[in-house]
Ligand binder design. Structure first.
Ligand code: 6GU
Length: 229
């Protein structure tokens, strides 16, 4: 998979070279490129923002650098990329979204800052690729960078070969619409706290049933919205 990220803070993404995704990059499974939006400006101050038409607080990202960046990153492609703009005004990014996007050949992430990007950029981008505005949840971040880090990690670990043991993917929170069951390791007694006896029983059927109950009970307590779905 190829991933291009456009940001005015490219060094945010240095962290993606570490750990799991770093290994995926080194092995060639993940071809990640981070770009500085200011490389597509042509004025002395490398300006990327301006005041909003109609007035109001804050600044808006100018369309011109975004247009040039998208032109360059989509020139000569033989497949249509998916172009994702992180935004608190977007659709919710969920595990099902990550699963879907993990199958795409080419993702382009455009990180907005300030009060957002000139709306025409999204229309223009849709002439070059399949555009998605995606939100992590109902709270506001200062810009898209942290959101793109999260989305890239969620997507990247689902690409075949990135997570060493694919079985570790299927029993996680959200993979089956429920939260994960609790996990324990040795010692069996720690500071007067016992591991649930069923896990020491060797009875695989009983263990599976207990884990399922735990998943349902936790989901009911912590995320009743998921059970309703
Ligand atoms: Cl994707 N961007 C920003 N700026 N804030 C957010 C978000 C995204 N998701 C939740 N809050």
């Amino acid at each position: 998979m190829r991933i291009d990220v456009v940001s005015i803070f490219p060094s945010y993404f240095d962290g993606l070279t570490l750990s799991l995704l770093g290994k995926a990059r080194d092995s060639g499974i993940l071809d990640l490129h981070v770009h500085d939006l200011r490389d597509w400006t042509h004025d002395r101050h490398r300006t990327v923002d301006d005041t909003p038409y109609g007035g109001g607080a804050g600044m808006v990202m100018k369309p011109e650098p975004w247009g040039l960046a998208l032109d360059d990153l989509t020139a000569g492609l033989d497949t249509r990329p998916t172009i994702i703009f992180p935004s608190p005004a977007g659709e919710l990014f969920r595990q099902s979204t990550a699963r879907e996007l993990a199958h795409r050949e080419h993702l382009i992430f455009g990180c907005g800052r300030y009060e957002g990007i000139d709306e025409r950029v999204f229309e223009y981008a849709s002439t070059l690729g399949d555009v998605r505005l995606m939100s992590l949840g109902d709270y506001v971040l200062n810009g898209g960078e942290v959101a793109v880090m999260a989305m890239t990690e969620a997507i990247g670990r689902l690409i075949p070969g990135v997570v060493g043991n694919p079985e570790s993917l299927v029993e996680e929170s959200h993979e089956d619409g429920l939260l994960e069951y609790p996990s324990y390791t040795k010692p069996s007694t720690w500071r007067e706290r016992e591991v649930p006896p069923v896990l020491l029983s060797g009875n695989h059927g009983a263990i599976a049933a207990w884990r399922r109950e735990q998943q349902i009970e936790r989901t009911r307590q912590r995320r009743p919205d998921l059970l309703a779905e």
